[in-house]
Design a protein around this ligand. Structure first.
Ligand code: SAM
Length: 199
């Protein structure tokens, strides 16, 4: 992430490191990097996008695929109509890093009920096929970009998660606003097709 030639990894400070997961802080905001290169997976400022995209959908029993910095988790848990949130995360180091992210590091503090939050170390696809639970809302955010490589995985995940939606429930996926139009159209189509369950 570069802001006028400023990089979070060279100009920010490293606040948490677990395995190949690093969390940096720059201008009071958090940045999550996973892997050997400087691949940015989540940033605290995405809260603004989550607020726009999640609208008033979170309610009842919610499922989230991909923990990252836990910004979306905390936001979902602020909704009064939410009874529970289960977050599934594939990378154990992300879960440990998240547990070390004290409120003092976070720019956006939120009033939320952490007692209703369960974080599971598993892949979203495995979870969707194994669980007997059904959900009122599902938020899918397990990818770092939307393109020809990730769209097939996104479709597989959304189809699997369709099975565990309650009747009338809704599923959305985080949409990176910088996604090229051709991929954005395909992404939108996947959620139009499998993002609701009306039976
Ligand atoms: C874009 S980040 C999520 C950002 C998050 N919404 C937040 O508020 O910070 C994607 C996360 O999904 C995780 N992930 C990747 N593949 C996954 C999978 N198949 N199942 C569950 N989690 C996965 C990554 O390790 C990463 O932590």
């Amino acid at each position: 992430m570069s802001e006028s030639g400023i990089n979070y990894f060279s100009d920010g400070s490293l606040v948490v490191e677990v395995g190949n997961v690093k969390v940096y802080r720059m201008n009071e905001k958090l940045y999550l990097e996973i892997g050997p290169g400087h691949t940015l997976w989540a940033l605290e400022d995405e809260l603004i996008d989550y607020m726009e995209q999640l609208k008033d959908y979170p309610k009842g029993d919610c499922l989230e695929i991909g923990l990252g910095l836990g910004v979306a988790s905390r936001y979902i848990l602020t909704f009064p109509a939410v009874n529970s949130l289960t977050t599934v995360e594939l990378n154990k180091d992300v879960i440990v890093a998240h547990s070390l992210l004290d409120d003092k590091y976070r720019h956006y503090t939120m009033d939320y009920n952490s007692d209703c939050h369960k974080i599971l170390h598993t892949g979203g696809l495995e979870y969707a096929y194994m669980t007997k639970k059904r959900y009122d809302f599902i938020f899918v955010d397990f990818y770092d970009r939307i393109d020809e490589d990730t769209l097939p995985m996104i479709e597989d995940m959304v189809r699997a998660c369709n099975r565990i939606l309650k009747p009338g429930a809704k599923m959305i996926g985080w949409l990176d606003k910088y996604t090229p139009e051709e991929y954005m159209i395909e992404f939108t189509y996947i959620f139009e097709r499998y993002g609701t369950r009306n039976d």
